[in-house]
Design a protein around this ligand. Structure first.
Ligand SMILES: [Mg+2]
Length: 206
């Protein structure tokens, strides 16, 4: 089988958990004992009456001006290097708006993400060797699903259950949930793996 692998970007490749936790604490949005995961921080902030708005502003801050401090997810390097060595095409397909409405910074999130990848040598032949044209930012979830279908992928890896369990998700790619913190419920038709080492092992038996 000729492999063609698609990967989500935010919280699958670029890891924001400690960054989101740190910035939420700095803004006084959460108590110190909230767990250092995106979901725990989000759920805690959303409990406030204007929580949804605060959460959106925090996200705009983290995915924009703070993007440079995001980490490459543990084990992702070995996965991308394995793909490069075996000449496996990899596409990044992300549901990411260019800007958030009401974001005071006016930052372009696509450029911030591209700069982050460039700095980590995603596009250098001696790095991960990805083509810049293989990075797809889509404005809506429907566009993201259409893109995944058009790329004829064999696997798609995402940290969001909602993406993989969406009824319009294309039939063909094997759905892999990147779940370093475990899934909240069992998922039909989705392979749940704990991290990049397990994903590399599953796809490449390596
Ligand atoms: Mg994601």
């Amino acid at each position: 089988m000729n492999l063609r692998i698609g990967v989500d970007f935010d919280n699958t490749i670029a890891c924001y958990h400690s960054l989101i936790h740190r910035e939420a604490l700095r803004r006084g949005l959460i108590a110190r004992d909230v767990a250092r995961t995106k979901t725990a921080v989000r759920d805690s902030i959303r409990q406030a009456p204007d929580g949804e708005d605060r959460w959106r502003k925090l996200q705009a801050h983290v995915y924009g001006p703070c993007m440079a401090h995001a980490r490459l997810a543990p084990g992702a390097r070995r996965f991308f290097e394995t793909c490069r060595r075996r000449s496996i095409p990899v596409h990044v397909v992300s549901h990411k708006k260019a800007r958030y409405p009401h974001d005071p910074t006016g930052m372009d999130f696509h450029s911030a993400a591209m700069a982050w990848m460039r700095r980590r040598e995603f596009f250098k032949p001696s790095g991960f060797g990805l083509a810049e044209a293989a990075i797809h930012f889509e404005a809506t979830l429907a566009d993201k699903l259409r893109r995944i279908a058009s790329l004829r992928l064999t696997h798609f890896i995402d940290d969001l259950e909602e993406t993989l369990t969406e009824s319009c998700f294309p039939k063909k790619p094997e759905k892999i949930l990147y779940a370093p913190h475990g899934p909240s419920r069992p998922l039909r038709g989705v392979l749940v793996l704990r991290g990049w080492d397990e994903i590399t092992g599953h796809i490449f038996h390596a």
